[in-house]
Design a binder for this molecule. Structure first.
Ligand SMILES: [Zn+2]
Length: 464
């Protein structure tokens, strides 16, 4: 992505229920009038541009009694000569993770203007994901997002819902301060999103692919508030007794819109279940738990999640947590720590904005040994292994007050002194010049995090 702009503009609009599909069959439809201004009609026709199927053919000069009647051929020729009216573009969001509120569709300019909806749960308006139909294959479709707290330089699109690409680069002059995304689409339908979605079905696919692999168990951490399973993987292979293993806990997606965290978790899990010698070594020496999606309800509901009411999952690392997922995660992590079986705790977030990955570890300047010693070893291992496209500089970022309730801070304040804990802020976009399709840089980043964990745990100078 060429550029990413983060604005602090929270364009909260009046809360109202937004249509899941726009326009819906049989409901009012927006179409351009002759003047180009959208207007609404109830029957799907604007009354000005009759559709080809309702054309009235002018009487033919050949329509004279008792003469040969070439009328049908002439009429056909006239029909073929008329310009074909493109199908109307329509937007739908009635699928898991879908989120967009269309405010206008200019059918002539093929321009869709939309907002990120205001969820009743509150939280950042930062995630959007929609499907456009009615596309004439080969034409360019433009999307204009008019609100939101984070605008990508380029969005992503897919014509099959599986493989995704970045949208075209829109010139800065045209884009100005608008979030404008444009793409030529060679299909009748296409999905567009802030970034490639990682949905509950992706986590379920990961679980399915892990099932039966050596040294991998899959489990359900809990059910969410809306009854969805919060799933996890546990990697532990060989005969080493539990009290001789090194405990690792990693979770992603406490903020639902930060899909890069889940893609990195997915890349990490797929490497860790592979035949790679270092992955196998990590399975042998560790008891490694990974949760790819914590706030599964906000993910499925297409909500940003961050700063939702009364507080989000990352702010729930308190004495009395309210969310089922954080409650269950904390219970497991506390038990590991109480048994002195927790060594490393990582919380995966996204986006960072600089085409890299940062390690947020707010206690770092005040740490004492052995935590400081171990954290330095982990930072050094990270610098060696996380080499890009999202590269790590080996430094800790420390800017939050330690009173901030967050899982990364909790993991350094409330655990045994040997524990290394913190948050990886994973760049949403790769650095300039790296143009591979998403989510390859996130999958690679996840694998490299795994390599860093293996290098750190295998380091004999680590303090117990
Ligand atoms: Zn976050």
């Amino acid at each position: 992505m060429a550029s990413i702009a983060l604005t602090s503009r929270l364009d909260y609009l009046a809360t109202r229920k937004f249509p899941k599909e726009f326009p819906a069959p049989g409901r009012a439809r927006l179409r351009p009038s002759r003047g180009g201004t959208p207007r609404i009609s109830k029957n799907g026709s604007d009354g000005a541009s009759p559709s080809p199927t309702h054309l009235t053919i002018p009487r033919s000069p050949f329509d004279i009694p008792d003469m040969p009647r070439p009328f049908p051929l002439i009429a056909l020729a006239l029909l073929l000569a008329l310009p074909t009216r493109a199908a109307d573009l329509a937007v739908s969001t009635d699928f898991p993770g879908g989120a967009a509120q269309v405010t206008a569709i200019d059918q002539t300019a093929r321009l869709i203007t939309f907002k990120i909806p205001t969820p009743k749960q509150g939280g950042w308006q930062s995630w959007w994901y929609l499907k456009v139909s009615g596309i004439t294959p080969g034409e360019k479709v433009t999307l204009h997002l008019t609100n939101g707290v984070a605008h990508a330089g380029r969005a992503v699109y897919s014509t099959d819902g599986k493989s995704w690409k970045y949208t075209e680069i829109v010139t800065f002059e045209e884009k100005g301060k608008r979030a404008l995304y444009r793409q030529k689409i060679d299909a009748a339908e296409a999905y567009f999103a802030w970034y490639q979605p990682y949905l509950p079905e992706n986590a379920q696919q990961l679980i399915k692919d892990a099932t039966g692999k050596p040294g991998v168990e899959t489990f359900e951490l809990c059910k969410s508030e809306e009854g969805l399973p919060v799933v996890g993987l546990r990697f532990r292979e060989g005969d080493r007794p539990d009290d001789k293993r090194l405990g690792v806990w990693i979770h992603a997606r406490q903020h639902a819109w930060e899909t890069g965290g889940s893609w990195a978790a997915d890349g990490l899990a797929r490497w860790l279940m592979s035949d790679d010698a270092r992955a196998k070594n990590l399975r042998q020496i560790a008891d490694f738990t990974l949760i790819p999606i914590m706030d599964v309800d906000s993910v499925a509901g297409g909500r940003g999640g961050k700063d939702q009411k009364p507080h989000d999952h990352n702010r729930d690392w308190i004495d009395e947590p309210i969310w089922a997922a954080t409650k269950a995660a904390m219970a497991r992590v506390k038990a590991m720590d109480a048994a002195s079986r927790l060594d490393l705790f990582l919380d995966l977030h996204d986006p960072g904005w600089a085409g890299n990955i940062e390690f947020w570890c707010h206690l770092y300047p005040k740490m004492t040994d052995p935590r400081k010693h171990n954290t330095d070893l982990f930072l050094a291992a990270g610098k060696r292994e996380i080499t890009g496209p999202l590269a790590f500089n080996g430094k800790a970022v420390s800017k939050y007050a330690l009173t901030t309730p967050s899982s990364g801070i909790w993991a350094t304040l409330k655990t045994k002194e040997k524990v290394v804990g913190g948050t990886f802020e994973i760049g949403v976009a790769p650095p300039r010049g790296h143009d591979a399709d998403p989510p390859s840089h996130h999958l690679t980043c996840g694998k490299q995090i795994g390599l860093a964990v293996e290098a750190y745990l295998a380091d004999a100078t680590r303090k117990p």
